[in-house]
Write a protein that binds this ligand. Structure first.
Ligand SMILES: Nc1ncnc2c1ncn2[C@@H]1O[C@H](COP(=O)(O)OP(=O)(O)OP(=O)(O)O)[C@@H](O)[C@H]1O
Length: 295
């Protein structure tokens, strides 16, 4: 079963289409990097996934069901401002979680906070930004949901705190096998923890797929000035100088011409390459789950 499946999904706020004609199919158990420039529609997609918005067109299904009512018990959302009660202690926040969620894993949450050296008696307002993020993620994990949606959990954290937050999240994923949808502008730090990418641009999906496959398919080709290599590839972006030609390309087979060198790319390189060419798209046709109600 897919974790997230969007078919013709669109969301309009008054006269602004925040998302349009979105088709997506994210397998279960993936850690998904949701990236894109400001205003691309990331928060809107996340809010749709957790039932805080309704689609204007199309559907978004979470584990096969529209995310309303009972289906929401499978989902936890950590919003950008990490809603926590400042005057509560960490232990009190855990108690709130336990009272609101019958399945709340109190012992697991306590262990996790102890591993992270976050004292139970500390008040929320005394915690650092990184500790607040860790607490918000711990509360979400303890709900024993199948999908956690995190809107910019790394914003305003220093590099060490970012690393720790991601490490904490990975511990939770390894323990529970949950699916994570995580938006961020810090693409370099998603490389190690995410295995699936969704790049939005102007409300549409520009790139989607497993990161390994995406990295395998893309290369920076460098070769002689004024020339193009033979072979099967698509150019997404190019840079020409008097000395050489550089092509950001999606390859269908290795380039046979020995005058050209194919350089491997990082996730950041690929994301930036596509962001510079917003009209280029790349995603395998979505494998949509078979549904009884589809003719
Ligand atoms: N409540 C709203 N009312 C009207 N327009 C909105 C509302 N929320 C978002 N929008 C618009 O929808 C578009 C997508 O916004 P969204 O917040 O989903 O993007 P984002 O990718 O999360 O951006 P950022 O990276 O800046 O957080 C933008 O043009 C934004 O101005």
């Amino acid at each position: 079963m897919t974790a997230l499946e969007a078919t013709g999904l669109g969301k309009r706020y008054r006269d602004t289409w925040a998302l349009r004609e979105v088709f997506l199919s994210v397998p279960r158990g993936r850690v998904v990097a949701l990236v894109g420039p400001n205003g691309a529609g990331k928060t809107t997609l996340m809010r749709l996934a957790v039932g805080l918005h309704r689609p204007t067109t199309g559907h978004l299904r979470v584990f096969g069901a529209e995310p309303y009512g009972e289906a929401l018990a499978q989902v936890a959302y950590v919003a950008q401002d990490k809603p926590l009660y400042d005057e509560f202690t960490v232990n009190e926040m855990l108690n709130v979680g336990r009272h609101l969620n019958p399945r709340f894993d109190l012992a697991g949450a306590r262990d996790r906070l102890a591993d992270l050296n976050i004292p139970g008696r500390a008040r929320v307002h005394q915690l650092s930004g990184g500790q607040r993020a860790q607490l918000a993620i711990t509360l979400a994990v303890a709900k024993r949901v199948d999908l956690i949606v995190l809107d910019e959990p790394l914003a305003s954290l220093d590099p060490l705190a970012r690393h720790e937050v991601m490490r904490g999240l990975m511990m939770a994923v390894a323990e529970t096998g949950l699916t994570v949808l995580l938006s961020s502008h810090v693409v370099a730090e998603l490389d190690e923890v995410c295995d699936h990418l969704v790049l939005l641009s102007r409300g549409r999906v520009q790139v989607a797929g497993d990161i390994e496959d995406i990295l395998r398919a893309h290369r920076m080709l460098t070769g002689p000035a004024g020339m193009m290599p033979g072979g099967a590839y698509e150019v997404i972006g190019e840079d020409r100088t008097e000395r050489q030609t550089s092509l950001f390309a999606r390859l269908r087979e290795p380039i046979p011409d020995p005058r050209w060198t194919a350089h491997e790319l990082s996730l950041t390189d690929v994301v930036l390459g596509y962001m510079r060419s917003p009209m280029s798209t790349h995603f395998p046709p979505p494998v949509l789950a078979e549904r009884d109600d589809v003719a």
